[in-house]
Design a binder for this molecule. Structure first.
Ligand SMILES: [Zn+2]
Length: 302
């Protein structure tokens, strides 16, 4: 994370050094499962946290190898900040078992799940991961709705105060500043995104549902017949018969072949959106991430 590197750079320039600095042990050690939660924890925790991100923007958070380095990081953590709702079910439980750190297990104050703080969309009547469905507990990709993100941020700020009462006043001040900045940005996005309302999108993976819920964009269909199941020619052919969508939305992680196939047949433009902080140039923090998303959707309409 850029913010993380900045902090390290600051520590170096302040002559604190990186190894064995007493300050480091005073910081809350944060294990973030995805770059967006690393960015949020860094924004809200400032100098009081040392944030590690288990994944980088080029990795699919559904599929991560439970490497020993992750185990070591979780073992040392005071707080884990993950998505939950089954997003990390393929790897995090294994890392948790191996790390043997009760401070960050479900139910402990050091365990934070973003999805537990908001209303989930696509929540099924019953848990079902049949046929490779990766979203059997409801859609876990809660990041891209600024309203939900504010709820998550508020809860995380409170958790930081709870875990680090000595610095509670600093955490509160950073939360106030974050909320003010966030609301200002949200008003700007609302103004800019008026032309997006009522538009129609086909997506590769169902990871834009919260974005569309916020922007009033209609979800037409997904190239994946089920979350995590690759597009088939039969499925794509059926989508080509639908009324033309305004975009075919993919992330930089998706194989774009299916999207381009559909685009060539229907004329709907393919638009690549960043799915997390750092996934595309310019999406370097949470505010910039939404700036890039809104701008890319508007640009593709022209
Ligand atoms: Zn997914």
């Amino acid at each position: 994370m850029a913010t993380h590197i900045d902090w390290r750079a600051w520590a170096l320039s302040a002559g604190l050094g990186l190894l064995g600095a007493p300050l480091a042990s005073a910081q809350l050690q944060v294990f973030a499962c995805e770059p967006e939660w690393a960015a949020l924890a860094q924004e809200l925790g400032g100098e009081e946290v040392d944030v590690y991100s288990a994944t980088h923007p080029g990795m699919d958070p559904h599929h991560v190898q439970a490497k020993p380095s992750l185990v070591a990081r979780l073992r040392a953590a005071d707080l884990s900040v993950c998505t939950g709702a089954g997003l990390e079910v393929g790897w995090l439980p294994l890392v948790q078992r191996r790390a043997r750190n009760a401070r960050v297990l479900p139910g402990a104050p050091g365990h934070f799940e973003a999805a537990a703080e908001v209303d989930l969309l696509d929540r099924p009547a019953r848990l079902d991961r049949a046929d490779g469905d990766l979203h059997g507990e409801g859609n876990p990709h809660v990041l891209l709705d600024p309203r939900r993100l504010e709820q998550i941020a508020r809860s995380l700020a409170l958790r930081l105060q709870q875990l680090d009462p000595e610095n509670a006043h600093r955490h509160r001040a950073r939360w106030d500043a974050f909320q003010a900045r966030w609301r200002e940005a949200e008003a700007r996005w609302s103004r800019q995104s008026t032309p997006l309302r009522g538009r129609r999108a086909i997506v590769h993976h169902q990871e834009w549902v919260y974005l569309f819920d916020w922007l009033g964009i209609e979800r037409v269909a997904a190239l994946e017949p089920k979350p995590g199941v690759p597009p088939s020619l039969q499925h794509l052919s059926a989508l080509a018969e639908l009324p033309v969508a305004d975009w075919v939305v993919v992330s930089p992680l998706d194989d774009p072949k299916a999207a381009h196939w559909l685009s060539a047949r229907t004329g709907a433009p393919v638009v690549v959106l960043p799915h997390t902080v750092g996934a595309l140039d310019g999406a370097d923090d949470l505010v910039l991430l939404f700036d890039v998303v809104v701008a890319a959707l508007l640009q593709a309409l022209r």
